[in-house]
Design a protein around this ligand. Sequence first.
Ligand SMILES: [Zn+2]
Ligand SMILES: [Zn+2]
Length: 350
Amino acid sequence: MDMKVLTVLGPMNAEYSNVPAPAPKGDMIKIKVMRTGICATDFAIFTGDCSFVRSGEIVYPVRFGHEFSGIVTEVGENVKDFKPGDRVYTDNGVSCGTCDACRDGRYGVCLNSRSVGTVNCWEGCFAEYMYMPERHTYHIPDGLSYEQAALIEPTSISLDAFTGVERKPGDVAVVIGTGAIGMASAWLAKYFGYEKVIVVGRSAPKLDVARKIGADDVISSREVDPVEAVMAVTNGKGADLVIETSGDRSALVQGINFTAKFGHISALSFYEYELNGMPIDRIVLNRITLRGGAGCFGYPQKVAKIMTEHKIDLTPVITHMVKFDDCLDFFKNEEKYHGAKVKAMVVFDD
Ligand SMILES: [Zn+2]
Ligand SMILES: [Zn+2]
């Protein structure tokens, strides 16, 4: 049997094609894709304006797409815990399964790991079917929709913003950026009990979405100076946790300038270029901790659990639904949607 896939052949050049979709073998699971989230990284791969394309870690042609949920249709002969009809999500990194670390079950440190649809590409989910080893596949908890499950991957990146950060009563979190990672960061900050969660962004419709997923306050960086606004709202103290998700280097500098003494900044975006003009003395004087964050092995399951517990629904971040057949058009016309788009979700035929 065949399946339809979307592959990027080079910058601004992608095409649908039909490729074989054989029965899975061994520990592999064949999954019919139900929803695929479209990520900024997918656009960067499509346009070619992606640091991993420049570094040679992503090589065309790329079967891209890395945020999905689906339903099991067939399993290999060694699969134990999954059967056809099971609803599933997966890890984003696929370990080799044979190195010393993998034989120990420490898949997160496998040096031969491949990322779904991106670096050292494992065939991605702009496709009717995905293949995934059982060790990287998880059951979607009861009560979560396919849309929610497809948001687990980006939210697991947001979760890393909180790693090693001790929250004290009254702490304020400020999120810069209104993409899906920023929204999920604000949503998690509410879950973790921050006294006040503030989202800084430029687009009014996206700031409205930020309020829907729980932001207590929003700051339009088009209208006011974010540093002055955050200082005013925190009575001159600054933010205890700043989560920078915009990928704009000047926004990172602003974040440093409104971080409280002994505060933390988690940078979750790719900036694509080096940063000059870093206000290093401010970091020194205020004993600020600046750290990067990315997806970690084990985080998707934590996010799935939080989704079942959190009183606030994250799905208002899905601002656009796109049929798989219309997906390429959507990529070609992204600028038409950009001003109001937080997360676009691809729907496949049942
Ligand atoms: Zn992504
Ligand atoms: Zn390995």
